[in-house]
Design a protein around this ligand. Sequence first.
Ligand SMILES: O=c1ccn([C@@H]2O[C@H](COP(=O)(O)OP(=O)(O)O[C@H]3O[C@H](CO)[C@@H](O)[C@H](O)[C@H]3O)[C@@H](O)[C@H]2O)c(=O)[nH]1
Ligand SMILES: [Mn+2]
Length: 752
Amino acid sequence: MAAPIAPLYEKIPQKNTLYRALDLTIFFLLLSLLAYRLLSLKNNGFAWLVAFLCESWFTFLWVLNLSSKWNPVSYKTYPERLLQCYRVDELPPVDMFVTTTDPMLEPPIITVNTVLSLLALDYPANKLSCYVSDDGASPLTFYTLLEASKFAKFWVPFCKKYGIQTRAPFRYFSTELVSSNDNSMEFLQEYRKIKERYEELGQKIEDATLKSMPYELSSAEFVAFSNVERENHPTIIKVILENKETRPDGLPHLIYVSREKHPGHPHHYKAGAMNVLTRVSGAMTNAPFMLNVDCDMYANNPQIFHHAMCLLLGSKNEQNCGFVQTPQCFYDGLKDDPFGNQLVVLYKYVGSGIAGLQGPMYGGTGCFHRRKVIYGLWPEGRMEIKGRSGKLTDERLEKTFGNSKEFTTTAARILSGLSGISHCPYDLLDRVEAAQQVATCSYECGTSWGTKIGWLYGTTTEDILTGMRIHAKGWRSTYCQPDPPAFLGCVPSGGPVSLTQRKRWATGLLEVLFSKNSPFIATLTAKLQFRQCLAYMWILSWGLRSIPELCYIALPAYCIMARSHFLPKVQEPAMLIPISLFITYHFYNLLEYCGAGLSSRACWNNLRMGRITTVTARLFGFFSVILKLLGLSETIFEVTKKDQSTTPGEGSDKDAGRFTFDESLIFVPATTIVLLHLVALIAALIGPSHVGIESRIGEVICSVWLVLCFLPFLKGLFGKGKYGIPTSTICKSAALALLFLACINTSERNSF
Ligand SMILES: O=c1ccn([C@@H]2O[C@H](COP(=O)(O)OP(=O)(O)O[C@H]3O[C@H](CO)[C@@H](O)[C@H](O)[C@H]3O)[C@@H](O)[C@H]2O)c(=O)[nH]1
Ligand SMILES: [Mn+2]
């Protein structure tokens, strides 16, 4: 290695004076509101107290938010300098992991594209191995990977020869070829041929998905899949591609892994799959770095490994870079983000804010890990093993990592700073047996997998928990934001799919918060920095917010009908506090969206969806955690359905942005809210609540505002098919709304 010429990356603080000023303004307005409420608590009723409690919670959250965003940084990486410091053959190996579960929810063509994009990256192919975990044990998935590997033999050289920028073929071929002078005859010929081959691949996959198995389950390649049940089958590991001559210009290894499953053994969803991949790859190739992506997140920047290596190899102190996280970005998102699930603003402001603290959180996909960090090493080289001496005896290795001699040998190499397999070169097929052993479902029994090392269990958001425990050891993490974005994934469609995903997030995050892994404990007893702890609190409490927000949303309707107040009267000067709060808050949001290059419409859509998600998905996430804590039910990981979207411009359905519904109970609370506010507004206009309404004009305006926020539900009351709220849901909501009204009535009568 030559002496470094210039730093491989720079950490650049971002200016945010205006945002800070607004942050503080909002904070002081919130404090004034709280102070005012406290001073006038005696003269006001129940609604006032509820408002005070809710606002106290919102103020607390605002502090978390403010602290998380206060010191944003961005990272600039210099991949061209990397090759001045390292010879190509000195670049470290990387094991790449792709997880997939269900060929119905995750169409194989999507997974195949992700795999192809990874195989084709600009990095010496002999340094890369791609492991695909298939939790569905599906011969279809295996078949499509086999076919894809044949296509890869043409695709990868083509991409490298012509420097193709988009390495996921479905995206590359979805845009017309721009004619330019570089389009030589030779290129055009190859382009046409390869396009044809891709279409053939697509056709084969489609045929295989739709009907007749194009493979014989009795044939040697597929026999492992005969008599396989999804949740009950032995391990299947298949080496699909092997770079036998270790040629840098060849193809990376490609290995199919379907871990053993048995009904009696919990498989821990994605976290379990990741741990199996970690061990299988440890036994087979044992690269010091690991990249993991979800099956829909294709590699979009061909240089991503160079960018990541700038951060992993370029930090003076390894401790500064325990892992490298790239922000989650999506392709073909609908215009103006109608479902508020494209997360652009979240990653831009909160993401870079947290990057300025101890480092970004691990987001589950698009992340480069150091293997040794995943193996539980502390920055100073200590292992988290009970006992006095830190020495790694064989016995201790076995207790921690399990009883595969082959695997513990490779783990010991990693922990002592080496990597790879001791006897190199070797035949990949020789390692399959060892890999099979570590992928069995009983392998983890009695070991530290899932509790101290690897991906951690006990939550459906294994990513946040695993990352937090890494931070708690004192590692920092870095944010990698190359242009073009590193990885692009499918954004879930609106309505049920999106809400189910959000519910799972809220559930998983609360599971962490209520466990012994709460960030406060990590700050008190370990090395999680205080402000990083606040940032974790901010995200972990997403589900908790639903309760105060639900109450707060019900308040205007309650006040109108109970002839009560939760806002100062219009003529009181104190009314200026909530008014300025409302205006500043929305101005602040608008500014953020414009700053991120988004429209005001996108801002409104996200604000509105924020309200909707809180009282649907987050509320249900909260309920499921309560049920779990009471021991009544277990939480499950419901996989998000992925659709390969249309090519840009094609068939952009005008209904694509419309909210859809199903029979799920998740829609009941929001429907109830709409009904309540409608009743309240009607009562205020023409009904009994009309008397003295002038003094409650603030509450009426709030009510109108809320109806606007929940407009998709108002429309859903009258919509047809999937665009309409099912009658059963409306009935349940109406019953709840009536109950609420009855409560108001009784409490009114009692107070007379
Ligand atoms: O039993 C399972 C369940 C899921 N997965 C895989 O996990 C990934 C993520 O699942 P998805 O349904 O796409 O969840 P998302 O909500 O979109 O995922 C986000 O949130 C998850 C935590 O809730 C993280 O693990 C993900 O990386 C992050 O992208 C997919 O590749 C799945 O195939 C498995 O391998 N086994
Ligand atoms: Mn996903």
